[in-house]
Design a protein around this ligand. Structure first.
Ligand SMILES: Cc1ncc(COP(=O)(O)O)c(C=O)c1O
Length: 386
């Protein structure tokens, strides 16, 4: 089982904190944005007397309202196409278990959300990476690169859109190319769309569930964690129009009984969040992204994959081992008794020796802290490379 590159350095950060050092976290996608009050109030004010299990597939009213949310986003599904899960994480695990047997293969453009490695290992599935490059901002690799990797064991292509850790937003044309190839080889197309709401520069998200003719192939993984800054609720869902998929995933869901009850109440209420909330949040993230890029550009020798969505970016540094550098920042480097924690990027790749000169930054801090963090990173880097 691989370690999470996002969490494995935590003991070093804790050690530094014990010594009174202020550690600024650029490593984890825990937004500082406030959870919508309507969601918190729904839990506070409810009158439940028994905190019971819910239905395995999630409460009926929540799934009905979720279907209405998707309709507003031009995604036409019904409650029966949705299985509520314990976070997008569980939806990912169910999806992989549903589409693949032991030793089957799933092709994933890398760098990808590191826990895909963990889930695939846990369910015995082999991740087959196809590399995307910082120089093209991590756009979809040529479709022939996917085609070359398809074997009789290939069951699916998995994308993250917008991407963690790249911030890349796939275009409609890229989704259409993927649709063609999965239809040609009769594969599933899995899209992790947990950052759907976070797209910038006037760009719009195009869901695989909007693509006509893909109904039997498309499986979407979703979550309330980032959309409403409700990471601790642990609510996500799996959405597919393919009945065999939802029926099979439901069997995995039955084994774990039900998703959490209070959190479904909060998530259902969160659907009432007004558009103005998202407009403000988006504006905030765009401001942070622009500041981050501007400050990073001041560091000599860095390359940046400019994000168009989500709230992460990959940064290439003039070093050869970002694991060692990230650990050194926590153990050795201090600027006015502060340091930064970054996620080394190698863990976001399945190919050996890739991403070793890259880190992932999550811009989930306010602008002042973000600016300070990049300054500390700059000074740290200068001191590290001498
Ligand atoms: C791309 C992506 N997918 C899925 C998840 C899992 O989220 P959760 O289980 O909190 O819904 C995350 C969390 O960071 C993520 O970044």
């Amino acid at each position: 089982m691989p370690e999470s590159p996002i969490r494995k350095l935590v003991p070093y950060a804790e050690e530094a904190k014990k010594k009174g050092v202020n550690v600024i976290h650029l490593n984890i996608g825990q937004p500082d944005i406030k959870t919508p009050q309507v969601a918190l109030d729904a839990v506070k004010n409810n009158t439940l007397e028994v905190l019971a299990y819910s239905r395995t597939e999630g409460s009926e009213t929540y799934r009905e309202k979720l279907a209405a949310y998707y309709a507003k986003n031009d995604i036409h599904v019904s409650a029966k196409d949705i299985i509520v899960t314990t976070g997008g994480s569980e939806a990912l695990a169910f999806t992989m278990s549903t589409v693949a047997d032991n030793d089957d293969e799933i092709i994933i453009p890398e760098p990808f959300y590191a826990n895909y490695n963990g889930f695939a290992t846990a369910v015995g599935v082999k991740v087959v990476p196809v590399i995307s490059h910082i120089d093209s901002n991590f756009a979809l690799p040529p479709i022939e690169e996917f085609e070359k990797l398809i074997t009789p064991r290939t069951k699916a292509i998995l994308i993250c859109n917008p991407g963690n850790p790249t911030g890349y937003l796939y275009t409609r044309e890229e989704i259409k190319k993927l649709a063609q190839i999965v239809k040609k080889y009769d594969l599933f197309l899995i899209a992790d769309e947990v950052y759907r709401e976070f797209t910038y520069d006037g760009k719009e998200h195009y869901s695989i569930l909007q693509e006509e003719g893909l109904e039997n192939h498309a499986i979407v993984v979703d979550s309330v964690s980032k959309r409403y800054s409700m990471c601790g609720a642990r609510i996500g869902c799996l959405v597919s129009k393919n009945e065999t998929i939802t029926k099979t995933a439901l069997k995995f869901a039955q084994a774990r009984l039900s998703p959490p009850t209070y959190a479904q109440i909060a998530s259902e209420a969160a659907l009432e969040t007004p558009q103005s909330y998202f407009d403000q949040v988006k504006e905030e993230y765009v401001g942070r992204r622009d500041l981050l890029i501007q400050e990073l550009k001041k560091i000599e020798g860095v390359k940046i994959g400019v994000p168009q969505g989500a709230f992460y970016c990959i940064v290439e540094l003039p070093i050869d081992d970002s694991d060692a550098f990230a650990q050194w920042l926590l153990e050795e480097f201090r600027l006015d008794n502060e340091t930064v924690m970054v996620a080394p990027a190698a863990g976001f790749y399945a190919s050996e020796d890739h991403g070793k000169n890259q880190i992932r930054i999550a811009y989930v801090l306010d602008k002042e802290n973000l600016k300070k963090a990049v300054h500390i990173l700059k000074e740290g880097l200068a001191s590290y490379i001498g």
